[in-house]
Write a protein that binds this ligand. Structure first.
Ligand code: NAD
Length: 517
């Protein structure tokens, strides 16, 4: 089926859901480069969201009963479907999100890899196992397993509209849950495409993955629709609203929020490689990357060379919507105002823009932001403290890597970061002491492409983890079971225990533990 036919289908199916609920409200998603309409989608209200969650609840028993092998086989069918239609989905991502086709291919590739890993590792991570019962319960067998929660609500952003929700979807499904996704109002067609692809690839479990579309109210309705957990990816202010809505019914939450990630460039770094990575980390996807590099702290030994390298590389970048463009337009028009404010406040406070800047040339009317590199930005400027989410980079000179680390960690965020040094020991030491959920040494963003590694932040960047074993466990509840193998002559947990039993127990504890000081 062609892209146009697929889109017609998802739009019609979504509209069908609207009709069933006698809702007529719809919204358009548009191509950020041209303003052309990509699709028209229903605004699902609380009743529609509730019914979708009900269908997911009904489907969850059969999905869970498929077991690890059955789910793995269906997740494989889904990834095969996505892999065969990669260019079609990438075209849609390019049209609705604005990123270059090649970047969309990269994003879809990562999502497929996570689907494969989650399906292949769910049994080993979550399946039943025996654990030691310990001294006090030596006559019992002890079992641990991780059971699915039921229905997971996934609320997603627009910047990585395939990779980001899939980080929750793949792991939640592999763990035995069914999923209802609310994609961003800026990328509903991609969300609807992913759900339509699921129905086509997994026809015997069509309701295991469903989509609802709309704005914040639809997301809030999902929080209150009786789901067993909400996996939220988006900004910290919205995350707080999601937590408040979920708190009403004690619904647990996973929070994947924003960041203000930094790169540390140490004395012995490969400066050209560090500059290349910083430019990619800051500017790709028009800087709209939660784990994008927004700040660099370079030591005095390398600062001048680093700035020169970055400046030369950035001058070669060209935003646009054609095949040769290095990055696309800003997906969400209002983000341009945030970027402009950060840049103009910084320059007003004495920062120098070596490329880009605050003039109209840097912010042309068509929705692009030219790459902007800022030097000498004061520490209290928004460009250092707040998430900019645009193709900008601040570079700050520091005495040494210790000062770089201190300034890297002086933020309320803590999502990820990077370190450049030729010393393995120094790199790992700095990475460990960086206050963030993820750090890559001598590269940027690599941790996101390693399915075995957990992904998530600290502080204002959120809590909980997607990806890896932690990501599978995130969508389960640990279940503990004991089975008495043989009864003991004395049962301490019985009113029939002898009066002296407690004294005997205290003596044994004294012998076993009392010698430890
Ligand atoms: P956003 O917070 O504006 O919206 C995210 C989602 O929440 C959207 O689907 C939106 O419709 C929904 N929403 C809005 N109000 C809601 C409410 N009251 N209740 C429930 N849902 C509601 O974020 P965005 O602009 O779409 O995405 C950009 C942000 O996401 C950035 O801060 C970025 O750093 C972050 N992000 C984080 C990660 C990560 O893994 N940590 C990944 C990608 C993006």
């Amino acid at each position: 089926m062609s892209l146009a036919e697929q889109l017609d289908t998802v739009t019609d199916e979504a509209a069908g859901t609207v009709d069933r609920h006698a809702t007529t409200q719809t919204f358009e998603s548009t191509d950020p480069a041209t303003g052309a309409v990509v699709g028209v989608f229903p605004v699902h209200d609380a009743a529609a969201v509730g019914e979708t969650v009900e269908r997911a609840r009904t489907a969850s028993r059969a999905w869970s009963d498929l077991g690890y092998d059955g789910r793995r086989q269906r997740l494989s069918a889904y990834r095969g479907y996505l892999a065969r239609r990669m260019h079609e989905l990438a075209d849609l991502v390019h049209r609705e999100n604005g990123k270059p086709h090649a970047d969309a291919i990269l994003e879809i590739t990562l999502a497929i890899d996570h689907l494969a890993w989650a399906g292949a590792h769910a049994r080993r991570t979550l399946g039943p196992r025996k654990v030691s019962a310990g001294l006090l319960a030596a006559n019992h067998a002890a079992y641990l397993e991780y059971q699915p929660l039921g229905v997971i609500g996934v609320i997603g952003p627009w910047n990585y509209p395939v990779f980001t929700p899939m980080g929750s979807i793949a792991y939640a499904l592999a763990a035995g849950n069914t999923v209802v996704v609310k994609p961003s109002e800026f990328t509903p067609a991609i969300g609807a495409w992913l759900a339509a692809a699921w129905r086509a690839a997994v026809p015997d479990a069509p309701d295991a993955l469903q989509v609802v579309t709309g704005f914040g109210d639809t997301g809030a309705a999902l929080c209150r629709a009786g789901v067993d957990k909400v996996a939220f990816t988006g900004s910290a202010p919205t995350g707080k609203k999601v937590m408040a809505a979920c708190a009403e019914n004690l619904v647990p939450v996973l929070m994947e929020l924003g960041g203000k990630d930094a790169m540390i460039v140490d004395d012995d770094a490969d400066v050209a490689a560090a500059a290349d990575a910083a430019v990619w980390g800051a500017m790709s996807n028009a800087g709209q990357t939660c784990i994008g590099i927004e700040r660099v702290y370079a030591t005095s030994a390398v600062y001048d060379r680093f700035v020169a390298e970055v400046t030369a590389q950035v001058r070669a970048l060209r935003p646009g919507s054609d095949d040769e463009a290095t990055y696309g337009p800003m997906t969400m028009p209002s983000q341009i105002d945030v970027v402009r404010r950060h840049v103009s406040e910084a320059t007003a406070a004495g920062a120098r823009a070596v490329t880009g800047g605050t003039d109209d040339d840097a912010f042309p009317a068509e929705g692009y932001v030219r790459p902007t590199v800022l030097l000498d930005v004061p520490d209290d400027a928004a460009a250092i403290r707040e998430e900019t989410f645009g193709p900008t980079l601040t570079i700050t000179e520091v005495r040494d890597a210790e000062e770089a680390l201190e300034r890297t960690n002086a933020t309320s965020y803590g999502l990820a970061g990077a370190v450049y040094t030729k010393s393995k020991a120094r790199g790992l030491d700095l990475a460990r002491r960086m206050r963030s959920g993820m750090t890559s040494v001598n590269s940027v963003l690599t941790f996101a492409s390693v399915p075995a590694l957990p992904f998530g932040g600290v502080g204002d960047s959120g809590f909980g983890r997607i990806h890896g074993e932690d990501g599978l466990k995130e969508f389960t509840r640990a279940k503990a079971i004991t089975r008495q193998r043989v009864p003991l002559p004395v049962n301490l947990m019985s009113f029939g225990r002898p009066a002296k039993a407690a004294d005997a127990l205290a003596r044994v504890m004294g012998l076993v533990h009392g010698r430890h000081r």
